[in-house]
Design a protein around this ligand. Structure first.
Ligand SMILES: NC(=O)c1ccc[n+]([C@@H]2O[C@H](COP(=O)([O-])OP(=O)(O)OC[C@H]3O[C@@H](n4cnc5c(N)ncnc54)[C@H](OP(=O)(O)O)[C@@H]3O)[C@@H](O)[C@H]2O)c1
Length: 265
């Protein structure tokens, strides 16, 4: 599939994985619409990719403000006339034990990670159905496949994405719209620094697993071929985590026993 003259709308494009997606799609000739809350950070991404390009538009939005999604989508459609690829990537993680976690913090994780992706998809989908094609991508996580300590709300929000997008995919085949769930293990981004603690404040530190992990650019390069082939689910994680995914299927209670003793940061 050629990406020339295709339009890609990316949430969470101001940093990490979203920024890496933006660079890769731009290189292949796509038009970009970059979204997240921080306009200045989005401008910096544009400057880094190509400051003078008319193929990059900035569209600030807050994934927790679903009442803005209809008008934001109209604005997005007005830039290049249509949207071929929607990448629901923006999200926040969690670092807190459940008993010390406010319900509002769990709600925030669900609002941004789940309802943000679902709400935007709901607004974009009719235009994809009308044009008879499209690719909807969601950045889930291996935490969408099995739970782990300190991630109750995060894992719930990512598991919810699987239930939603696996169901939506079945409704979309007839419209030639593909749905891909990308499930990364640790990737070296600001995700742990930006993770919420129990009271909703930022964790502020890079996790050990993330410090030594592959970069977001490496991640996107590694998944590029299956992504372009519109694979339904892509796991990109170290062997240890891939083995855990197998164990989740074959012997989930053994996995739980192993994970309960695991040091997680
Ligand atoms: N890095 C990992 O190890 C890892 C592993 C598995 C899955 N993931 C997933 O990958 C996605 C991207 O994360 P990342 O690793 O690139 O982390 P990151 O560097 O912290 O990037 C998160 C992005 O989400 C945006 N965002 C956060 N809250 C938002 C909101 N309320 N509204 C709009 N945008 C919001 C941020 O932009 P603003 O601050 O400008 O809003 C930023 O662009 C997330 O969904 C994450 O769960 C990451």
């Amino acid at each position: 599939m050629t990406l020339k003259n295709k339009t890609v709308w990316i949430t969470g494009a101001s940093s990490g994985i979203g920024k890496a997606f933006a660079k890769a799609y731009f290189k292949e000739g796509a038009n970009l619409i970059l979204s997240s809350r921080r306009t200045e950070a989005l401008e910096e991404v544009k400057t880094e990719i190509d400051p003078s390009s008319d193929r990059i538009q900035i569209l600030p939005l807050d994934l927790a403000q679903s009442n803005t999604f209809a008008s934001k989508t109209q604005e997005a459609l007005s830039f290049f006339g249509n949207i071929d690829v929607l990448i629901n990537n923006g999200g926040i993680s969690q670092r807190s034990i459940f008993e010390e976690t406010d319900l509002d913090t769990i709600r925030k994780l669900m609002e941004v990670n789940f309802f943000g992706s679902v709400g935007l998809t709901r607004e974009v989908l009719p235009s994809m159905i009308e044009q008879g094609s499209g690719h909807i991508i969601a950045t889930s996580s291996v935490a969408g496949k099995f739970g782990s300590k300190f991630r109750t709300g995060y894992a719930a929000s990512k598991h919810a994405l699987h239930g939603f997008f696996d169901s939506l995919r079945q409704e979309c085949y007839e419209h030639n719209i593909a749905v891909t769930l990308v499930c990364p293990g640790p990737i070296k981004t600001d995700i742990t620094k930006n993770a919420v603690t129990g009271d909703g404040s930022s964790y502020g530190k890079m996790g050990d697993m993330h410090e030594d992990a592959m970069t977001a650019d490496e991640m996107v390069a590694n998944i590029w071929s299956p992504l372009m082939n519109r694979k339904e689910e892509i796991v990109i994680a170290p062997l240890k985590i891939k083995l855990a995914l197998w164990m989740k299927r074959l012997n989930p209670s053994l996995l739980n026993k192993i994970l309960k003793n695991q040091k997680v940061t």
